[in-house]
Write a protein that binds this ligand. Structure first.
Ligand code: HEM
Length: 401
């Protein structure tokens, strides 16, 4: 199959070329044309590399996240699925169509910095005592099931999954097309267990950007791990060679939590109360007592039950998380309340040392708990990046289909 640009001819100049684009759209779909050289490279995030894209990548505007359960029975079939998914992801992240029979809704859209990041859940390694793919011995100790946390009310229909795929892009249709394409390719081989759309990134991994705001109106991501702080990424996000297992070296662990916000109650709280709850000012995002968002501060000077004080590395033995969450609004519930909140996504080197202790503390002591409820949850081991010709599962399952 040729390398099919989605948007190349639309971005090429000259009326004749544009007219030609319309005429050859069918040829593009059928895989007979080569992409022009002008296909907006700035909007392409390289799919290949030592780490999967979509983790340290500066956060895009939109999310479509999906957790799949695998229906095939053999290791060979699982590898074949991952190979075909990887080939489609390579094409889509480069701004090309996924295959000759692409569904078409992203045809005239640029790559939009699409990234697709895959993680393997505990049930892929072993489900109800069954070693489905001969992977039980490869399950990383760090992929230990998350313990129950006080106050959570998890909906089993929004949790777990054998394989998670996080698709992020600056255009919602590009992210949705990416997940839909994997579902289409996997028809009969996987079923989508649950999924989540997100918008309005709630974390920045580039301090150069204006810090985005979450639905509570506060700047979120001020003290996140920046995408280019390689020392911090190596220390807190990427699995090191000494950590084991070998197949995870260069990978990371993803914790997802669907956190519902009680916005009606939050909106009744005074600004003073809201600021004391977070530990930062609403307008500037400054630590309480300070003036600017980036002011240095001592967490001990913040209210004892404030979110930033309790989540701060100095209150947690130096532990940090790379947060990459999105806001969601999924209509309203049966009581007429807006079904909205934060789809919290955090990458880390070992959830047993990072997410779990921090969340334990937040669940019991954080004043923010009054206004939120964790309703969905998942944990996945995200393998290292893919080399050209390789596939998402090759470090775990081997090379060949
Ligand atoms: C709906 C739920 C949540 C909301 C609205 C929220 C909001 C915020 C806000 C506004 C900040 C301050 C700005 C910043 O530095 O990013 C912050 C910081 C932080 N949050 Fe959350 N957060 C939520 C859930 C969580 C969860 C579940 C965790 C981890 C278990 C977490 C961990 C952190 C960390 C580590 C920081 C940085 C603290 C620092 O270094 O100063 N947050 N959060």
């Amino acid at each position: 199959m040729g390398r099919l640009s989605r948007r190349g001819l639309l971005t090429a100049s000259g009326a004749g070329v544009v007219a030609g684009a319309a005429a050859t759209a069918g040829a593009f779909l059928l895989g007979e044309a080569e992409p022009p050289a002008s296909a907006a490279p700035a909007q392409v995030v390289d799919f290949h590399g030592p780490h999967q894209a979509g983790i340290a990548t500066p956060v895009q505007d939109r999310l479509h996240f999906a957790a799949f359960d695998v229906a095939v029975g053999t290791r060979e079939e699982l590898i074949a699925l991952l190979v075909s998914w990887t080939r489609a992801a390579e094409s889509m992240t480069a701004g090309r169509v996924s295959a000759a029979d692409d569904s078409g809704e992203a045809l005239d859209l640029p790559a939009s910095r699409l990234t697709m990041t895959v993680g393997f859940g505990p049930t892929l390694f072993e489900r109800a005592g069954e070693d489905r793919f001969g992977l039980a011995a490869s399950r990383p100790p760090a992929l230990a099931d998350l313990p129950p946390f006080p106050g959570e009310k998890l909906d089993p229909a929004r949790g777990g999954g054998d394989i998670a795929v996080q698709a992020c892009a600056d255009d919602p249709q590009v992210a949705v097309h990416a997940i839909r394409t994997l579902a289409r390719i996997g028809l009969g081989r996987v079923s989508m267990r649950w999924s989540q759309l997100g918008y309005g990134k709630t974390s920045s991994t580039t301090p150069a950007q204006l810090t985005p705001r979450n639905l509570m109106g506060f700047k979120d991501g001020t003290d996140n791990i920046p995408h280019d702080d390689h020392t911090a990424l190596d220390q807190h996000v990427w699995v090191g060679a000494a950590d084991g297992p070998a197949w995870m070296t260069g990978g990371s662990y993803l914790v997802a939590r669907r956190i519902r916000m009680h916005l009606e109650a939050w909106d009744q709280a005074s600004r003073e109360d809201q600021e004391a709850t977070i530990g930062r000012t609403k307008t500037e995002g400054a630590p309480l007592g300070g003036k600017g968002e980036r002011d240095r501060f001592s967490p001990a000077a913040l209210p004892a039950d404030s979110h930033v004080r309790l989540a701060h590395p100095l209150s947690n033995g130096g532990v940090r998380l790379l947060r990459r969450g999105y806001s969601f609004v999924d209509g309203s519930d049966t009581q007429g309340r807006i079904d909205a909140g934060l789809f919290f996504l955090a990458y880390q080197r070992d959830p047993r040392r990072q997410y779990v202790p921090v969340q334990r503390r937040l669940a019991t002591d954080d004043r923010l708990s009054t206004y939120i409820r964790h309703v969905g949850s998942g944990l996945w081991a995200c393998p290292p990046g893919v080399s050209p010709g390789g596939h998402w599962g090759d470090t775990l399952l081997g090379e060949k289909a």
